[in-house]
Design a protein around this ligand. Structure first.
Ligand SMILES: Cc1ncc(COP(=O)(O)O)c(C=O)c1O
Length: 411
């Protein structure tokens, strides 16, 4: 299991305080902090001379190398088959809007797609807008409000021979539920539909293996796993090769170049490699990078489950505190350590503000999981408070959070 205290030393932002209180970063699902190695990699790229791809001089060759390194790092993190399956872009939302247009070129009026009520809007609206443009019918996969688990048993009823795509998250950024993506892919593929996975919330919490999942596309965002603000899209090579991209004329016709519009943030690409190396180092020094990543992410998952258990046991003792989502200690492998809560009689905004005054950073509202909040009936009343642990949070921080929540609940 990991020692968060040792790892925290690497994160300058975690050393901050607010009015004398050490800052507690429980806002990871909105964006994580970066270790010094990521900061150094980004500044080093800029310091030694930035350039563009394909030039016949030193800094351009270094930029080619930084790009290739980041692609190979992401290939290892996601277990892609080849580096050309990794596409970089501004963020997950922009990548999803862009590829959704390309995927939909083959859709016909009367075709169908499936989206879910548990997804972040970045994996709903791009598909709704595209479906509208192509005259395609949208079917909604629901979740059970009692424990916020997807009603996967109802998916076969939504799938027909006309289904072209199923868009689903790997984990909910609002309530932390993990989706059985492998099962979704099997069901979707049985009717010939593609599967588009939003792994933005899942990626910092456990190892992703696109080959084992057999998903067709999977998108994530590096700022959610300790790196810079850049999005990454994995796509099966055959699909990235076959689909027609909206691109400028001289750009390559081959993946990944045909999907990467304009100039990338090369300093961010340098940061991506460092973020992946940081996670791999948690897995020790033996074996190749993929095997160290698998070990490192397993250690993170194991430690985060201890945070979840401690949080759920303590939260149950706070008067008027309701946790939305999985609360069964036996089912912790089906959730990330992200908890959506409400304190009776206190608005989420007020709870978050009071925690913020004491240096405890949490989000309130809908965090773009609009469909989740609608389904839970809390959208109009301020949404929920989101407490998001990552591997750099400690038991001491958790205990201070609980004490503070207890104080706020009993004012
Ligand atoms: C689950 C999930 N999907 C998608 C997004 C959007 O990611 P990006 O900011 O990279 O567009 C977020 C951001 O919060 C998210 O949490």
């Amino acid at each position: 299991m990991i020692d968060p205290h040792a790892l925290r030393e690497q994160f300058p932002a975690l050393q901050r305080s607010v009015d004398g209180h050490p800052a507690i970063f429980l806002d990871g699902p909105g964006g994580t902090q970066s270790p010094q190695s990521v900061i150094d990699a980004m500044t080093s790229y800029l310091k030694h001379g930035s350039s563009n791809l394909g030039g016949h001089f030193l800094t351009s060759r270094e930029t080619n190398q930084a790009t290739a390194d980041a692609r190979s790092a992401m290939m290892d993190l996601l277990n892609a088959r080849r580096p050309e399956e990794i596409v970089f872009g501004q963020n997950m939302t922009s990548l999803t809007f862009s590829i959704s247009r390309a995927i939909a070129r083959e859709w016909q009026p009367g075709d169908e797609i499936v989206v879910t009520r548990i997804d972040h809007d970045a994996n709903i609206s791009p598909w709704l807008r595209t479906a509208e443009d192509r005259g395609v019918t949208v079917r909604w996969l629901d979740f059970r409000p009692e424990d916020c688990t997807l009603a996967l048993d109802t998916l076969p009823r939504l799938l027909t021979t006309k289904t072209r795509l199923v868009a689903v998250n790997y984990a909910s950024n609002a309530v932390g539920t993990i989706t059985d993506v492998r099962r979704v892919a099997e069901m979707a593929h049985s009717v010939g539909a593609l599967v588009y996975v939003d792994a933005v919330h899942f990626a910092p919490h456990a190892a992703v293996d696109v080959q084992a999942l057999d998903c067709d596309f999977l998108a994530c965002s590096v700022y959610k796993f300790f790196g810079p603000h850049t999005g990454v899209l994995y796509g099966k090579y055959e699909l990235l090769d076959k689909l027609t991209a909206y691109k400028v004329r001289p750009a390559s016709d081959e993946p990944p170049g045909k999907w990467e519009t304009g100039t990338q943030s090369f300093e961010s690409l340098s940061g991506i490699t460092a973020a992946v190396e940081y996670l791999a180092a948690i897995g020790g020094e033996e074996g190749n990078r993929r095997s160290r990543l698998v070990k490192g992410m397993a250690a993170i998952k194991e430690y985060e489950a201890t945070l979840s258990e401690r949080f759920l046991r303590a939260a149950a003792t706070i008067p008027g505190l309701k946790v939305y989502g999985i609360t069964d200690i036996e089912a912790l492998d089906q959730r990330t350590p992200t908890f959506a809560i409400r304190l009776e009689g206190i608005s989420p905004e007020e709870t978050a503000s009071r925690l913020g005054e004491r240096g405890i950073f949490v989000w309130d509202g809908h965090y773009y999981a609009v469909a989740v909040m609608e389904r839970l009936g809390v959208l109009e009343s301020g949404g929920l408070v989101r407490i998001g642990f990552t591997h750099y949070n400690t038991f001491e921080e958790l205990d201070r959070l609980i004490e503070t929540l207890r104080e706020i609940a009993t004012i």
